[in-house]
Design a protein around this ligand. Structure first.
Ligand SMILES: C[S@@+](CC[C@H](N)C(=O)[O-])C[C@H]1O[C@@H](n2cnc3c(N)ncnc32)[C@H](O)[C@@H]1O
Ligand code: SF4
Length: 440
């Protein structure tokens, strides 16, 4: 029997981050591979999202399990940029996009690239895809040690709208515990340079729950972040995964992550931020490009670690965290021939039921909640009939009906990392478990 939500809540408040459903660990080889022209033939192509994954960093942080290679040799990096360009050309030829309305550069740390390399990436994308940089919403991830005013002014010329910087903490003790080497001077210089450059949206990422972190040190970090006046703040609870530096040394997150979230929430609401999801706090009136977050389908991923989403197929390259695994996957990607790049060979299919689940999970975990009329219009069905388990949310005081919206209460939002996994299908959950067992 599948455990009820109440039973799951007793186990652990931090069961899993449902930012993408189905999770990448549920992907498997697609047999036979699916030609991109077929995968994309029925999709709307006039407002596509291009995600460019640049899988390189200047360091490997102790907590991080993202797909990234550290301090790559210049030749390896340039080969990868060339391979991304070939993939880009083949993909555009197969998909035949009409308009790209949103672009995100993620990683890794895209700002690790030099000004010349960045320029080349932008120019190649402009020559390949129908992008009006001025009209498109463009987001770019940076880290304090790799960003400078020259790179920022290049990003301004391409009308980048949103800069997102990982800081994780301002406390030297907490940074050490997270395994994130970072100089305070560099952080302050980076914040000042970003502020000076005047991007419409400035986001900071922070992590709470480092071993030994106190509520006081966490709130000092929050206060310093608020003083930098970001438009958005993402607060991530620390997850310690096995293949990471923290996982290998047997570190665990601190007890009381929930209390840390609630304490930060109070400070941020007082400072005028609104809570948009468990992790995202935003100033009122800020354009909401990060809301997009894959709820819509039609995301084209470029780069060895990028995922792509159509309504019924999600696909990517294989996934790894270990140094050897990441290098092998990037090297395989760099050697791919055009014929291979024209097919999806690793991913997961979403049948009608999984498409409904995805829509439900992505909507419910955001503050505005699930619009029952939009669900009805899209799927010709009532969400509460499709998912009778939703009744448990109201019974536990975690969800409520407001007219035709079903939304989480503020307590419910703080339980998002249990509610998300509780809504996964049996099929996806068992594929994820099998992947994790095979990794051990
Ligand atoms: C795509 S990452 C990269 C940002 C950028 N490379 C940097 O670190 O400055 C986005 C964010 O995910 C969060 N994150 C990554 N791994 C995490 C983990 N194991 N637990 C909690 N948050 C994590 C961090 O806050 C990070 O800034
Ligand atoms: S947190 Fe950012 S800088 Fe650190 S390893 Fe992960 S992607 Fe790289």
């Amino acid at each position: 029997m599948t455990p009820s939500l109440a039973e799951r809540m007793k186990e652990d408040q931090f069961a899993g981050y449902a930012y993408a459903y189905p999770h990448k660990t549920s992907y498997r080889p697609l047999e036979p591979p699916v030609p991109l022209s077929i995968a994309w033939q029925r999709e709307e192509k006039n407002a596509l999202f291009l995600y460019v994954h640049l899988p390189f960093c200047e360091m490997r942080c102790g907590f991080c399990n993202l797909f990234t290679a550290v301090r790559p040799a210049t030749q390896f990096l340039l080969q990868t940029l060339d391979a991304i360009h070939r993939q880009s050309q083949v993909t555009a030829r197969e998909i035949r996009p009409q308009q790209i309305s949103q672009v995100a550069f993620g990683g890794g740390t895209p700002s690790l690239l030099s000004v010349e390399e960045l320029q080349r990436v932008f120019q190649r994308l402009s020559g390949t895809w129908p992008i009006d940089w001025n009209a498109a919403r463009v987001s770019f991830e940076v880290s304090p040690a790799t960003i400078d005013s020259e790179k920022l002014s290049l990003l301004r010329t391409y009308d980048v709208d949103r800069i997102s910087m990982g800081i994780q903490s301002f406390s030297p003790h907490d940074l050490k515990s997270l395994g994130r080497p970072q100089s305070d001077r560099q952080v302050e210089a980076a914040i000042a340079a970003i502020r000076n450059a005047g991007f419409p949206v400035f986001n900071l990422d922070l992590i709470y729950g480092a071993d030994g972190q106190t509520e006081q040190s966490w709130l000092e970090t929050i206060e310093r972040a608020v003083a930098a006046a970001p438009d958005e703040l993402y607060l991530y609870p620390l997850y310690v995964r096995e293949a990471t530096g923290l996982g290998r040394t047997g570190r665990s997150p601190s007890a009381g992550r929930r209390e840390l979230l609630l304490a930060a929430r109070r400070v941020l609401l007082d400072a005028g931020y609104h809570q948009q999801s468990m992790r995202l706090f935003r100033r009122p009136g800020v354009a909401s490009e990060s809301d997009y977050c894959c709820q819509e389908d039609g995301m084209i991923g470029l780069g060895p670690g990028a995922r792509s989403y159509t309504r019924s197929l999600h696909y990517s390259s294989e996934y790894a965290v270990s140094r050897a695994g990441v290098r092998r996957i990037i090297a395989d990607f760099n050697a791919r021939q055009d014929g291979e790049l024209a097919c999806a060979d690793y991913g997961v299919r979403l049948d009608a039921e999984e498409q409904r689940r995805r829509y439900l999970i992505k909507s419910l975990l955001r503050a505005p909640g699930l619009d029952l009329d939009a669900y009805q219009a899209r799927f010709d069905a009532e969400a509460e009939d499709d998912f009778p388990q939703l009744a448990e949310l109201a019974a536990l005081g975690l969800g409520l009906r407001e007219g035709r919206a079903l939304r989480l209460t503020s307590d419910g939002l703080s339980w998002s990392d249990v509610i998300g996994p509780w809504l996964y299908s049996r099929r996806v959950a068992s594929r994820m478990e099998a992947f994790e067992i095979a990794e051990k």
